[in-house]
Design a protein around this ligand. Structure first.
Ligand SMILES: Nc1ncnc2c1ncn2[C@@H]1O[C@H](COP(=O)(O)OP(=O)(O)O)[C@@H](O)[C@H]1O
Ligand SMILES: [Mg+2]
Length: 262
């Protein structure tokens, strides 16, 4: 097991946005978190990296290598982010400023994480760029000199630089057309298999859930209402809400939607 979330609650004043959530993610596993918009998926994922806004409070435990990361001081958390837990977002443009080249972003990132040797940084950058299918020379460009697809790959390369144990992808492909989305997801699957990093995949798109995940958790109103292997959850869902979600996914094969009715 690489991450264990125990009784995680995220509150906004009296309101519980995430309500006593427990789940475990195994090493190298593709873990899909699904649920309607507003169910608390993003807040849960941001609590893992201590990225929540100051108006929100997280309690419970997020165990990583024997420690509760919710208790980490800021500096220690900054070190953990990127190395242990990394994020890719829907808005990948936000990962880059137009004033620095991709390489300068990567250099800065590696230096803040204590990689002081230039040759080592260069090697790590080259490997990260190649692992997302970009030639290393692309790193010399500014973000606006890359196409949308290339820039998203570069943002994934940035997230992968330190070979994190867990990559959190929050609706990372939602804004893409289906061909580009599958290209990115196949790339993530490839990285999952080759590098053994776990993926916490947040989406509301069941097509992607069915195609890529190992394990699935369904979230509703801040709670996990059902969790299990893909086989179990897609073909023998127990909870009425899970069945409803599967039936409402118009792009799933009829075969799967029929099963969920029984
Ligand atoms: N910074 C915030 N402050 C207060 N409430 C928030 C904040 N961000 C999100 N919320 C609320 O928390 C709930 C869950 O949001 P979110 O985790 O973004 O849902 P999801 O990612 O599943 O669509 C929503 O009701 C949303 O309005
Ligand atoms: Mg969200």
């Amino acid at each position: 097991m690489i991450l264990a979330i125990e009784d995680l609650t995220v509150s906004h004043g009296e309101k519980k946005i995430v309500d006593k959530v427990s789940l475990t993610i195994d090493k190298g596993e593709w873990f899909a978190l699904v649920g309607q918009s507003g169910s608390g998926k993003t807040m849960l994922s941001q609590a893992i990296g201590q990225l929540l806004g100051t108006n929100l409070r997280a309690s419970g435990r997020i165990m990583y290598q024997g420690d509760n990361v919710l208790e980490y001081p800021k500096e220690k958390m900054n070190q953990l982010r990127g190395k242990a837990i990394s994020y890719i977002f829907q808005d990948y443009h936000g990962s880059f400023t137009p004033f620095l080249t991709i390489q300068q972003h990567m250099e800065e990132y590696l230096q803040t994480h204590g990689v002081h040797q230039k040759t080592q940084r260069k090697e790590m950058m080259k490997e990260a760029m190649e692992s997302v299918g970009l030639e290393a020379s692309f790193a010399k460009r500014y973000s606006f000199q890359l196409s949308g697809g290339q820039l998203q790959r570069a943002s994934i390369a940035l997230a992968l630089l330190l070979e994190p144990d867990i990559l959190i992808a929050d609706e990372a492909t939602t804004a893409l057309d289906s061909v580009s989305a599958h290209r990115i997801l196949s790339l993530l699957q490839d990285l999952q298999q080759k590098k053994g990093c776990a993926i916490l995949f947040i989406t509301h798109d069941w097509r992607h859930v069915v195609r890529y995940s190992d394990k699935i958790a369904v979230m509703k109103d801040g709670k996990i209402i059902e969790t299990g292997t893909k086989q179990k959850l897609v073909h023998q869902p127990e909870h009425a809400y899970t069945k409803q979600l599967i039936q409402a996914a118009p792009t799933l094969p009829m075969r799967i939607r029929e099963v969920s009715k029984s």
